[in-house]
Design a protein around this ligand. Structure first.
Ligand code: ADP
Ligand code: MG
Length: 313
């Protein structure tokens, strides 16, 4: 157990839950509860690297930007993503430090603003799928289509939302500095919200209007720093087969082969559980020992196999 490295991904939807308003205190409180469990892993001798989602938070920042646009120039999505890394990183960094102090552990915690490289030719740029920001009626959507370069898509309830590309992560720009800090024994919060998406432009990089799936970036990060375990924490206790149907069955463990079979059979929803399973599979195929999907509040018990769903060879 000693010296094993865990990349731990906290769900944005778990930090700001669907039934909550998303106040400062609600989000801090959720992080606080998650951190109590994470510190137990550190006490057990694990090295922990933390990443997190930002779906609801970046959506809120984007609403703030849209509504205040007449007064303060709105920021593009890559800048909102950077803001959300700072915001959520701050919550996590402060709560981890406080819990360490409560447990008399002296360890530095650092949040790194992280850029993640995507391919300019990624097919996702031709087919934006990731909904962000507020819902609009048809009239508002038409107006936005005319006045901006936004792609607007209608959902099943006749509501419209802006959709942006969700390209695959191909490299973490700050990989070396992340590794250095991890090797020093620091607790690092990094690649938040899937990382700020950037593309190559000659020898330089520039931000793009996209959102990278944080589960896929967590996998990239785990592979890049040779982690042993990928632990994805979300707002549900376990993974299910036939989810939300009368034949629903919760899973404790599955082999790599089973995970691939269930994925192909369509048990995992696009944009929520599917990328977690894909990340779990890809991590194992690239040298990882095990991937776990569990509730935000059960990091420690899931590592011990007492909760969550484990995928291993
Ligand atoms: P996060 O912010 O943690 O990434 P998501 O909402 O993206 O959270 O993903 C978690 C959600 O995935 C759960 O709340 C659940 O509704 C949904 N889900 C879809 N398919 C499944 C499944 N087969 N088993 C369990 N949960 C599933
Ligand atoms: Mg998600």
């Amino acid at each position: 157990m000693k010296n094993k490295t865990i990349v731990l991904a906290l769900g944005g939807n778990a930090i700001l839950q669907a039934h909550e308003k998303g106040t400062y205190y609600e989000q801090i409180n959720n992080v606080k509860k998650a951190v109590v469990e994470i510190i137990k892993l550190i006490q057990d001798g694990y090295k922990v690297i933390i990443t997190h989602g930002n779906g609801p938070q970046v959506g809120n920042l984007y609403i703030q930007n849209s509504l205040a646009g007449e007064v303060v120039p709105p920021m593009p999505l890559d800048a909102c993503s950077a803001e959300s890394q700072g915001l959520i990183g701050y919550f996590i960094q402060q709560e981890i430090k406080n819990e360490l102090v409560r447990n008399n552990i002296d360890l530095p915690v650092i949040t790194l603003i992280t850029q993640v490289l995507v391919d300019t030719d990624d097919p996702a740029f031709m087919n934006p799928t990731k909904p962000i920001g507020p819902f609009h009626n048809r009239k508002e959507a038409e107006f936005l289509k005319k006045r901006t370069s936004f792609v607007m898509k209608e959902d099943s309830n006749k509501r419209w939302r802006r959709v942006v590309p969700s390209p695959r992560p191909i490299g973490i720009v700050e990989k070396e500095v992340i590794k250095k800090n991890v090797d020093e024994g620091y607790i690092v919060v990094t690649a938040g919200g899937g990382g700020i998406p950037v593309i190559n432009k000659g020898r330089e990089i520039i931000g793009v209007e996209a959102v990278i799936d944080k589960d896929l970036s967590a996998c990239r990060l785990a592979v890049d720093i040779n982690a042993n375990i990928l632990l994805i924490l979300t707002d549900i206790e376990r993974v299910a087969l036939n989810y939300n149907s009368p034949k629903q069955k919760w899973i404790d463990t599955m082999s790599l082969g089973e995970a691939k079979k269930y994925l192909a059979e369509g048990h995992f929803k696009e944009g929520s559980m599917k990328p977690k399973i894909e990340a779990g599979i890809s991590f194992l195929e690239n040298g990882g020992e095990k991937s776990i999907i569990a509730s935000l509040f059960s990091a420690n018990s899931s590592i011990k196999g007492k909760s969550g769903t484990t995928i291993k060879n």
